[in-house]
Design a protein around this ligand. Structure first.
Ligand code: HEC
Ligand code: HEC
Ligand code: HEC
Ligand code: HEC
Ligand code: HEC
Length: 284
């Protein structure tokens, strides 16, 4: 991602070699690259403003620090290295990255480097850079931390409960078609840095809007609003989701009561087949 940024672009305090112990990198510094549409020096400052107004922002409406402010994510909490997929991923021919369309660029643009740089610049952003499991794992560092969940009065260990659903199960088998956290929690056209609480009427997950998440063309196009009322974050817990709890308990009992006797009968049948003359006790 940062191949074109020089070391000093981020490590701004390093001016000589050998250098003194380096300061922490500030992701919001202006670097020497110019953003071509505005011709201003490039920086990620806008992301900070997005983040500030999101549920992950550190300040409340009055500009005061929120309670337990150290629980809120900063850039480096979410954007650590292992999160990016191996570079080879980008080299793979996937929808949107194809030799055939590269051939088109070459018709007019003569420099291979130019073609690759700009082609990749756009196409890598036309699909997600991480699979649903990777994303869930990232969020899970905080959202599955029982202490954090309790401190912020959230109702669920969100990643755990996601893992209990069909979506989450498929994600754990590396399925990429299922929705990840961002598909549901980010309003279309906004960035992931603008997620808001489901209690906010503007949130994609607010009761009034959540039907639209399910009913997208890629997911369940004919879904009704009611379809979306199922508990996406239902845990197997009597307190959090009693209906699901009793439903699951019922099926555990039903399965047990059906299968255990059946297995007993099969076992007896096998015994009879292998030992046709076996007897319990002595026949009179
Ligand atoms: C896009 C910004 C960026 C660029 C460009 C960059 N780094 Fe870093 N570097 C970081 C971040 C972020 C860290 C993590 C530590 C931190 O938060 O300061 C880091 C950490 C390091 C560390 C480990 C420091 C430690 O305390 O463990 C070294 C060494 C390092 N970088 C060297 C380089 C060198 C050499 C280059 C140029 C080839 C370079 N970096 C380019 C952002 C960058
Ligand atoms: C809550 C976790 C989270 C935090 C905090 C966060 N990001 Fe992100 N950011 C993401 C995710 C996830 C994506 C990628 C979305 C995708 O791949 O679909 C992303 C995408 C980006 C992108 C676009 C990358 C691209 O090539 O398309 C930039 C730039 C970015 N973040 C910068 C920042 C900066 C700067 C900060 C700190 C001010 C920050 N992010 C804080 C989760 C986070
Ligand atoms: C039919 C010829 C043609 C094809 C095919 C073509 N381009 Fe271009 N491209 C041009 C021309 C001519 C310009 C300059 C247009 C202008 O400045 O308005 C241009 C401009 C660009 C620019 C802007 C450069 C700048 O510095 O402003 C980029 C980036 C670019 N093309 C990338 C691509 C990519 C990637 C492909 C393949 C997907 C592609 N082009 C296919 C003819 C083409
Ligand atoms: C299928 C859509 C969907 C997916 C996928 C999804 N969520 Fe949710 N999430 C929702 C909806 C809708 C709500 C609103 C409350 C509810 O119904 O539980 C919600 C609520 C939440 C809450 C607030 C819980 C509370 O009650 O305080 C958090 C935190 C959360 N989600 C995080 C995540 C994380 C992290 C992931 C990824 C592992 C994720 N969500 C995946 C739809 C989704
Ligand atoms: C560094 C920790 C951290 C990380 C990483 C993190 N979050 Fe959060 N998130 C929080 C905290 C703290 C809150 C509680 C905000 C509050 O108290 O209102 C929160 C709140 C939320 C909410 C709002 C819950 C509600 O009330 O409806 C959603 C949705 C959410 N996070 C989704 C995500 C997703 C998706 C990811 C991964 C891309 C993620 N978070 C990563 C710390 C984190």
């Amino acid at each position: 991602m940062h191949a074109r940024v020089k070391c000093e672009g981020c490590h701004t305090d390093i001016t000589e070699i050998p250098h003194k112990p380096a300061k922490k990198v500030d992701c919001l510094v202006e670097c020497h690259i110019v953003e071509p549409s505005s011709e201003k020096k490039f920086s990620h400052k806008d992301v900070e403003t997005f983040l500030a107004t999101s549920v992950h922002g550190r300040l409340d409406n009055e500009g005061k620090e929120k309670k337990y402010v150290e629980d809120y994510p900063n850039c480096k909490n979410c954007h650590d290295n292992p999160l990016y997929r191996p570079l080879s991923f980008f080299k793979k021919v996937r929808p949107g990255i194809s030799e055939a369309s590269l051939g088109r660029c070459r018709v007019c643009h003569k420099k291979e480097e130019f073609v690759f740089q700009f082609y990749n610049h756009v196409t890598t952003r036309l699909h997600k850079s991480r699979n649903p499991l990777n994303i869930a794992e990232m969020c899970g560092r905080c959202h599955d931390d029982p202490a954090l969940v309790a401190r912020h009065e959230l109702s669920t260990k969100a990643v755990f409960s996601y893992g209990e659903t069909f979506h989450g199960k498929a994600a754990s088998f590396l399925d990429e078609r299922v929705p990840d956290c961002l598909d549901c929690h980010v309003n279309k056209g906004e960035s992931v840095h603008q997620m808001i609480s489901h209690k906010d009427p503007k949130a994609s997950t607010h009761d009034n809007n959540r039907g639209k998440i399910c009913a997208t063309i890629d997911c369940h196009p004919s879904a009704s609003a009611k379809f979306a009322s199922y508990g996406v974050h239902a845990e197997f817990s009597l307190v959090q989701s009693p209906a699901q709890y009793f439903f699951t308990v019922f099926f555990i009992i039903l399965t047990g009561c059906t299968l255990l006797p059946l297995m007993g009968i099969i076992f007896l049948d096998i015994v009879r087949r292998f030992f046709p003359h076996a007897e319990m006790g002595r026949r009179k």
